[in-house]
Every structure is written in structure tokens, then in C-alpha cells.
Design a protein around this ligand. Structure first.
Ligand code: TRP
Length: 344
């Protein structure tokens, strides 16, 4: 049986959203609405794998939701909700904890990075994070998952879990009359320039909410003045811009700024260089600042307007959760049959 094509992706409600989240994820989510049924989730269960202040967490959850809406995600045609409101995510994750092998999880590079040297003190949730991510996707039997490069390994693990479940329970799946490929093999969708937006202070590091200097990133709610100033102060090198893409090799800061321009303008880096190549950085930077303010200004303003009305945001999340729950509980009923749980 062919699975219905469906997109699922998640964003963690931790800290401020920045240009990297916008270009790397949200803009792509918006575009996919044309071609797929989409489910976009604010993954608060994932957020608490590291400590979250209970006063900050709801604020951050509403802010990510506001960003989705401000950027043009349509919560009526598609589904927008926060993960903790659909208990089936956690329920399926438990079953996947019993399907996935310790050896598989031990290979996850994100856990090694996030746990750092003090691995003994990391939460068990941080370790089993990828099985919850597999459950997020597979509880809706989603087929396509827009993610950054850094999540590709987790998506591969989701495919391994889907396949092992289908194999381990093959007889039971058949006996209950379900299609033998019960879970699909979800595919990553990674496309376009600036899939990875780098720090404005160091072109070799990803733009990140945890970097101490606020000059390293552009937040979605920054004022026009802040945006312009951060771009003006962004690190560059003394040379003029090249006319061809090859000239960006081993110039990570220049490459990053050109990539940001291309992504914001919806063109290719080659086009940007055709326009600005040979010119000074200062001229390019002021064009980039104008473009960034023109694109991000309205998004930030709309986000600020929306977060003033938490009751509205909460109603969007409640409506999305209700529709998500219908699909997720269907999958879980079948999973209970397949695993052999007595249920009513
Ligand atoms: N791990 C993802 C990130 O940090 C967020 C996420 C959670 C996700 N569940 C997901 C992404 C399911 C795609 C699909 O970016």
C-alpha cells in the first residue's frame, strides 16, 4: 500500500528563535503547505530533556507558535499543536524504547555533544530523545520530514525503528489484517541555500541561541536597528566579494552572508554574486541589512502582536491537538492490537 504523503516536523521551545530557525526550518515548512498535508509541532516534551524553567517554557511554546503563524503557516488547513497535549507521542515512544537497541542509541552524535563530559549526569530523556522523535513522526505515519543536517542521523534511526517494528511484529500485523508495511520509512527533506545559517561572529559555527554574544545571531523579534547594526558588525575578511561561488571557498563568513542574502531573496548564491561581486563588503552589507529588515520586520511585528494574545494562541494549539489526537489514537489502537495489549 502506498502511504498518504504527509509532512511532520518539530521545533523545540527553548530560547529565542533566530534567523537560523527561520531560514533553516520555518520558511521551508511554509513552502511545503502547497504540496502536502503538514503537521507542525512545538516539541515541549523534547525541550525538557534538559532543564527548562517552568515559567519560561509556556512563553517559549507560545512564541514558537506565534512564529509559525506570523510566517504564514495556516493552522486551519494544516495542524499546529504542542507535543505534550497528545499523550500518544509518549506512549508510542515507550514502545519504541523496547524496539530500539542500546547499541543504536549509543551511536547518536547529538547525545554525545549535548551530554558532554558529564554523561553520568545527563537525563535519561536526553538519551532516549531519538525514540520520542521517531514516535512523533510515525504516530502520524508521516512520510516526509523537513530537518536540518544535524537531525539526519535521528531520522535514519526512525527508519530503523519503523523497519524493526514491521519485522518483529510481521505475523501479528498480518493476523490483525493490517498492511505489512505498517509504518512507512520517513524521508528527510533538506533543500535550498542557507540550510545551515552560521554565526555572524564566526563562520565555522552554527548560529545558535546558546552562543553568549547576541551579535552572533539575528533574533526574529529584533528591531530594525538591531538587525542593521548586527549585520554591519558581522565578521568579514578584508577582500572584496568574488564574482563566482568558487571564490567563497575558505571564506566562511563571506559565504554565510551571501547564503543568507540568497535565502532571504529566494535566489541562488551565484545570482547574488553576479550582482555584488567585485564590490566592497560595506555596500553588500547595507543591501543585506535592508533586505533582512524588509523580510523579518513584518514577521517580528506580527509575532509581537500574537504573543500579546495568549488565549488566541492557546486556542490554535488546542484545536490542532484535538485533530492530531484523532489520527494518533487511531495508530495507537492498531499498535495495541499488534503488540498484544488487551484494550477496550
Ligand atoms: N529534534 C528536532 C530538533 O531539535 C526537533 C524534533 C522533535 C523533530 N521531533 C521531531 C524534527 C520530529 C522533525 C521531526 O531540531
Amino acid at each position: 500500500m502506498a502511504f498518504k504523503q504527509r509532512v511532520f516536523s518539530g521545533v523545540q521551545p527553548t530560547g529565542n528563535l533566530h534567523l537560523g530557525n527561520y531560514l533553516g526550518a520555518i520558511v521551508k515548512f511554509v513552502a511545503l503547505q502547497e504540496r502536502y498535508d503538514c503537521i507542525y509541532c512545538v516539541v515541549d516534551l523534547h525541550a525538557i530533556t534538559v532543564w527548562q524553567d517552568p515559567v519560561e517554557l509556556p512563553r517559549a511554546t507560545r512564541e514558537v507558535t506565534a512564529a509559525f503563524l506570523a510566517c504564514g503557516i495556516d493552522p486551519k488547513k494544516h495542524i499546529v499543536f504542542n507535543q505534550s497535549q497528545v499523550a500518544e507521542h509518549a506512549e508510542l515512544a515507550w514502545i519504541f524504547n523496547c524496539v530500539a537497541r542500546v547499541g543504536w542509541l549509543n551511536r547518536m552524535t547529538q547525545f554525545k555533544e549535548k551530554a558532554g563530559k558529564d554523561r553520568e549526569n545527563a537525563s535519561i530523556g536526553l538519551y532516549s530523545y531519538p525514540t520520542l522523535m521517531a514516535a512523533d513522526i510515525l504516530v502520524y505515519r508521516a512520510t516526509h520530514v523537513p530537518v536540518g543536517e544535524d537531525q539526519k542521523q535521528h531520522l535514519e534511526l526512525s527508519r530503523d525503528i519503523a523497519q524493526k517494528f514491521n519485522n518483529d511484529f510481521a505475523d501479528s500485523i498480518r493476523a490483525h489484517g493490517y498492511d505489512e508495511a505498517f509504518f512507512p520509512q520517513p524521508e528527510p527533506l533538506i533543500q535550498g541555500p542557507a540550510t545551515r545559517v552560521m554565526s555572524l561572529r564566526d563562520g565555522s559555527k552554527k548560529m545558535s541561541k546558546s552562543e553568549p554574544s547576541d551579535y552572533s545571531r539575528i533574533n526574529l523579534t529584533d528591531s530594525a536597528d538591531d538587525i542593521a547594526q548586527k549585520i554591519r558588525k558581522a565578521k568579514t575578511d578584508p577582500e572584496a566579494l568574488p564574482s563566482e561561488e568558487k571564490g567563497l571557498e575558505s571564506r566562511p563568513e563571506a559565504d554565510n552572508l551571501v547564503g543568507i542574502y540568497a535565502a532571504l531573496a529566494g535566489t541562488a548564491k551565484a545570482d547574488v554574486l553576479r550582482q555584488f561581486g567585485g564590490g566592497q563588503f560595506s555596500a553588500f552589507k547595507s543591501a543585506l541589512a535592508d533586505l533582512a529588515v524588509a523580510k523579518l520586520g513584518p514577521v517580528g511585528a506580527e509575532m509581537k502582536r500574537l504573543v500579546q494574545d495568549p488565549a488566541y494562541i492557546d486556542s490554535v494549539l488546542a484545536d490542532g491537538a484535538q485533530r492530531a489526537r484523532v489520527m494518533a489514537s487511531d495508530t495507537m489502537k492498531a499498535v495495541r492490537d499488534i503488540v498484544g495489549f488487551v484494550h477496550s
